[in-house]
Design a protein around this ligand. Structure first.
Ligand code: NDP
Length: 452
C-alpha cells in the first residue's frame, strides 16, 4: 500500500518538530500540522518567555547590589510595555527559526488542526485527508483550572505573557513549578504577590529541605505565601476579583492566576475511536518505544504525561526516529533527569530526594547552607543550599539538590557525574574551583546525618 507520506506529525512543539526534522534528514517524506504557533508551549508560552521574564524580574535587586559595590546608580522603573514588545519580537524570531528549520529539512508544514481518522489517515481542518505510514502525535498539554465558582475570572500561564498592564496585585493558586516560578517573577517585577498552596509545602515531590529553603527565601523576598490554603470562590468586585479561601477569609486582587496543573491535548483528536488507549488523565498510553496500541501511531512529549519537560520530549522524538526510521529500536532514557526550577532563588535537582533515598536504603546526607560571597558583600541575608545524598552501600551519589543563583547551570554539570555513577569519593577527589559556590559540592567532608 502506498501512502502520501512516510510520517505525519501532529503538533509543532519541541518533540514534534525535532522528530519531523530528523526523520526528514533520514530521507523520510514528512508532513507536520500545527494549529497554533510553531515552537509549541516551550517557545511560545512556556520555558522561553518564562525565563526571559525571570531575567527581567531579577534586575530589581541589582541596583542596590551595584550600589553596595560602589556604583553610583539610582533605581529606575520597570516598563512592562517595553519588555513585552521585546518579548513578542523575540518569540516571532524564534518561531521563524522553527519554521525555517522544518522547511530546510524538507518537512511539508500545514498550518491547521489535524485529527486522526484511522490508523494511517489524518484529516485536516479544511477537510483534506492525508495518508501516512506512521503518525506521530505530539500535541502537548494545556493549563487547567479547578472547577470552582468564578474560575472563569482567573487567568492561566498562557495569558500571563499577554497582559496589557502589570497588575498591582496578583494571587497565584498552586504550588508546582509554574505557580512558584511566576510568584518569584511577578514579585520581582514589583507586583504585590500572594501564593496559595493547598498542601504543607510548595514543590511537592522535591527534596523537603530544598523546597523549604526555596519557600523561606521566597517569603523573605516578599511573596505572601500561604500554605494549607486554597481558593474556594472568585467573584467580580469592580475591576478586582474577590477571593474567598478555605479558611473563610476574603481578599481582593487585581488578577488571579491558576497554576494548578496541565492536561494533555487529546480532546477531539479521534484517538480513542480508533483504538488508541488513553489514561485516566487523558494522556496517551505508550510503551517504552512511544508506540500506542495502534502500531502505526506513536506519541511523544507532554501528551504522554511521562516527564513533562522539553528536553525529554526532544529525546523521545529522537528515540522514535531511531526506532522507526533507522531500524535501531531505542527507548528514551527517563532515569536521572536533571532539572531546574526557575524560582527565585533557583533550584537545580537530579536524582533522589533525601526522603525517597532513605525509603530505599541507608544513606548519608551531606548538606550545607551559607551566604554566598557576592550577595553577602551586598548586604543581602539570603543563603544558598547544597546537598548530596550518598548510598552507604555503594557510595554512589543518589541525588544532588542545589538552591542558589545559577543552580540550573550547576545541576547540568553535576548531572553528568551522577549519570556516570560517580561516588562521593569521586566528588572528593575533584579539586575545588575557588572561590565559587559550587566548590562546596566537593568539600563537604562529614555527613550531616545518616538516614534510612
Ligand atoms: P504541577 O503538576 O507541577 O503543579 C500543580 C500544582 O497545582 C500543585 O501544587 C498541585 O497541588 C496544585 N493543584 C492541583 N489541583 C489543584 C486544585 N484543584 N486546587 C488547588 N491546587 C491544585 O503543574 P504545573 O502547572 O506547575 O506544571 C506542569 C508541568 O510543567 C510540571 O510538572 C513540569 O513537568 C512542567 N514545567 C517545568 C518547568 C521547568 O522545568 N522549570 C517549568 C514549568 C513547568 P498538589 O501538590 O497538592 O497536587
Amino acid at each position: 500500500m502506498s501512502f502520501d507520506f512516510d510520517l505525519f506529525v501532529i503538533g509543532g512543539g519541541s518533540g514534534g518538530v525535532r522528530a519531523a526534522r530528523v526523520a526528514a534528514q533520514e530521507g523520510a517524506k514528512v508532513a507536520l500540522a500545527e494549529e497554533d504557533r510553531y515552537g509549541g508551549t516551550c517557545v511560545i508560552r512556556g520555558c522561553v518567555p518564562k525565563k526571559l521574564m525571570v531575567f527581567a524580574s531579577e534586575f530589581s535587586g541589582m541596583v542596590s547590589d551595584a550600589q553596595a559595590y560602589g556604583w553610583n546608580i539610582q533605581p529606575g522603573s520597570f516598563s512592562w510595555n517595553t519588555f513585552r514588545g521585546e518579548l513578542y519580537a523575540e518569540l516571532d524570531r524564534l518561531e521563524g527559526i522553527y519554521r525555517t528549520l522544518l522547511k530546510n529539512s524538507g518537512v511539508e508544514t500545514m498550518d491547521q488542526r489535524a485529527t486522526v481518522k484511522d490508523a494511517h489517515t489524518v484529516r485536516l481542518a479544511d477537510g483534506t485527508e492525508i495518508t501516512a505510514k506512521h503518525i506521530l502525535v505530539a500535541v502537548g498539554g494545556r493549563p487547567t483550572k479547578p472547577a470552582i465558582e468564578g474560575a472563569e475570572l482567573a487567568i492561566t500561564s498562557n495569558d500571563i505573557f499577554h497582559l496589557e498592564t502589570l497588575p498591582e496585585s496578583i494571587l497565584i493558586v498552586g504550588g508546582g513549578y509554574i505557580a512558584s516560578e511566576f510568584a518569584g517573577i511577578l514579585n520581582g517585577m514589583g507586583v504585590k504577590t500572594t501564593q496559595f498552596y493547598r498542601g504543607e509545602q510548595i514543590l511537592r515531590g522535591f527534596d523537603n529541605e530544598a523546597r523549604t529553603h526555596v519557600a523561606n527565601e521566597m517569603i523573605e523576598r516578599g511573596v505572601d505565601l500561604r500554605l494549607n490554603t486554597n481558593a474556594v470562590k472568585l467573584e467580580k468586585a469592580g475591576d478586582q476579583i474577590k477571593v474567598t479561601d478555605t479558611h473563610g477569609d476574603i481578599r481582593l486582587f487585581d488578577k488571579v492566576m491558576f497554576a494548578t496543573g496541565r492536561v494533555p491535548n487529546t480532546d477531539g483528536l479521534g484517538l480513542e475511536e480508533i483504538g488508541v488507549k488513553l489514561g485516566r488523565g487523558s494522556e496517551i498510553i505508550v510503551d517504552d518505544y512511544s508506540q500506542t496500541d495502534v502500531p502505526s501511531i506513536y506519541a511523544v512529549g507532554d501528551v504522554t504525561d511521562r516527564a513533562n519537560l522539553t528536553p525529554v520530549a526532544i529525546r523521545e522524538g529522537m528515540a522514535f526516529v531511531e526506532t522507526v526510521f533507522k531500524g535501531n529500536p531505542t527507548k528514551p532514557d527517563h532515569e536521572l533527569i536533571p532539572t531546574a526550577i526557575f524560582t527565585q532563588p533557583e533550584m537545580g535537582t537530579v536524582g533522589l530526594s533525601e526522603e525517597e533515598a532513605a525509603a530505599q536504603e541507608p544513606v548519608e546526607v551531606y548538606a550545607t547552607s551559607f551566604k554566598p560571597m557576592q550577595q553577602s558583600f551586598a548586604g543581602r541575608s539570603e543563603k544558598v543550599m547544597m546537598k548530596l545524598i550518598v548510598s552507604q552501600a555503594t557510595r554512589k551519589v543518589l541525588g544532588c539538590h542545589i538552591v542558589a543563583p545559577a543552580a540550573g547551570e550547576m545541576i547540568q554539570l553535576a548531572g553528568i557525574a551522577i549519570k556516570m555513577g560517580a561516588t562521593k569519593e569521586d566528588f572528593d577527589r575533584t579539586v575545588a574551583v575557588h572561590p565559587t559556590m559550587s566548590e562546596e559540592l566537593v568539600t563537604m567532608k562529614a555527613p550531616s546525618r545518616t538516614v534510612g
